[in-house]
Design a protein around this ligand. Sequence first.
Ligand code: HEC
Length: 189
Amino acid sequence: MKPYYSTTLLLITFTISATPPPDHARPLKFGLGKPADPHLIQQLDKDVRPDGQGLPPGSGSVTDGEKVYQQHCITCHGKRGEGGISDKLAGRLPDDHFPFSSPEPPKETIGNYWPYATTLFDYIRRTMPYSSPGSLSDCQVYSVVAYLLYLNDIIEHETVLDKNSLAKIIMPARHRFKNDDRLQFNRAH
Ligand code: HEC
C-alpha cells in the first residue's frame, strides 16, 4: 500500500503548483508605505550637477573651511587631507602624468582625480561627515570645499566660493575624463 499513497501525493502537489493564481489573488494595493511628503522630497532633491545647476545660495572661505575640516573631517582624513583611516584627499601629480592603470597606482585625490568642483560640493553635502551626512550647512560645505581645493593648490587662500565661482573652477584632472557617448554614436572608444 505505501507506494500507492506516495504517487497520489506527488500528483496533487504538481496540480496545485501548475495552476496560475486567479487575478483577484493579487491585490491592486498592498497598503504599505505612505504618500511621499513634498517637504521631504524637497529635502532630498538637492543634487548638484557638474555644470553647477542646483548649487544653493551661500558662500564659504578657506579660513572657515579649515575650522569645519578640523572639527568634522580630520579624524578620518588626516591633518591636511593626507589621509588616515579614510581616503587621502589632497595631493597633485605632474600634469602629464595619470598613472592610475599602472600596477601600483597612486592614491586618487581631489587634485589628481576629481573632475568637477561642483560634484565635490554635491558629494560632501550628501555624504560627509561619514557618521552624520547632511549635517553641515550649505555655507559650511562651501567653506570646506574651499579649504580642500586650497590644500590641492587649486584656489588661492583668499578665494571665497559661492555658486558662481565654484562652477567656474576647472579641475586639474578635468581633461582626463571623456563623456561616454557610445549610445549616441554606437561605437566604443
Ligand atoms: C568617520 C570617518 C569620516 C569622517 C569624519 C569624514 N569622512 Fe570623508 N570619507 C570617509 C569614508 C569611509 C570615505 C569613503 C566612502 C566611500 O568610498 O564610499 C570618505 C570619502 C570622502 C571623500 C571622497 C574621496 C574620494 O576621492 O573618493 C571626500 C571628498 C570626503 N570624504 C570628504 C570629507 C569631508 C569634507 C569631511 C568632513 C566634513 C569628511 N569627509 C569626514 C570617512 C569619513
